[in-house]
Design a protein. Sequence first.
Length: 420
Amino acid sequence: MAFALVDCESFYASCERVFRPDLKNIPIVVLSNNDGCVIARSTEAKKMGIAMGIPWFKVRELFLKQNGQVFSSNFTFYGDMSARVMNILEGFVPRVEIYSIDEAFLDLDSLKENYNLYDFGCHIRSIVRQWTGIPVRIGIAPNKTLSKIAINEIKRTNQPTSVMYLSTEKQIEEALKHTPVHKVWGVGRRLTNHLNNAGILTALDLANVNPRNIRKQFSVVLERTVRELKGERCLDLDDDISSKKQIVVSRSFGERVSDLKTLKPIVSNFAVRAAEKLRHERRKCSQISVFVRTSPFNQNKPQHSGIKTIELFSPTNDTRDILAATKKGLLPIFKSGYDYAKAGIILNRFSDETVRQQLLFKDPDSPKENTEFMRYIDQMNTYETQVYFASQNTKKWSPMKQNMTSPKYTTNWYQLPRVN
DNA sequence: TCTGGGGTCCTAGGACCC
DNA sequence: TCTGGGGTCCTAGGACCC
């Protein structure tokens, strides 16, 4: 009984390298939107001491002086590369859970009993590398939490094959002994403090406590973690793609926004994008939240954050309904006199697209809901937005600063790589 | 000067019901 | 005048993840 965790090495940085072989061995960092902070680093950049999440302005000088290469984030490209990797993985076993853009869990229980899982891992790794150019690590263990531990062990010991199989109790114990408790999946900053105070410093310490006591003192969540460290399987694979529960579209602004006239079209853009995502998932939603907030880093300026949730009479995925609700939600939370730094839309309460609720009474704001109509708009906008809604900001998707983006190598005909 | 975006799960407490 | 106890559902917020 085992799960495998496949984890792409420095994913965004590796993507940038696929079509730029000249960047081999060169430190690479990828920045968040607005070129705000560092969200990915190649091994070389990590060695330079560039921390994850650090604001770019703090390390810029040092990094460029040492001939580092920097990229603005290019999520269209990374998303496409991710889909290619996941597609390959889905060819190996029937049950795959795509956990994040750069990680997937594989259920290996369907394989024959005498199958050599370690060799299988090496095979997967070499195929993914050959077909996509992306290097992956593969951790194999009896459950999800331990497969995460296996990945950490590959990093810690610099395992040359990048594959590790924790099968015997002795191997597991050895790995746990070397894992500080804050590296355990599900143990964050708060819990680390509490656990350390209680004398629990390593994953092995945590594995040796009584799960019932942990539940009483902490939570069921941590109890499950403890049980998994002991080898029990508490977390199953979730390979149901329709199980998504919410869709969020939000951005920080490149420049602060303080008037409603500017804010409205920006938020409308978020709503349009959220509705597109919802239709792409073939779902409808019946609850929409709008939020705005000032920058929490700007302590000497007045702070305000507001969220308004709008309930819909019947589920919809029509952009016009979502725009109408967004407008209704934005007005009560907007207060003038503040410099807003971020806003967003959250869609909740999903149902299947085919569900159509009949209204008992005809409501004056009755939903516009026209699936066919929206389908045509989506088709026209597949590659580039051609049709806008009147309330949108047609110039830019949001006021965002981004200057160092690589080409959309794999998704745009005009940006294909050239061989000279 | 400059600090991401998109998710999940759990819990406490309020509203409401009988 | 006196004013219960037990339950469910919902929401906001916290903690965590990549």
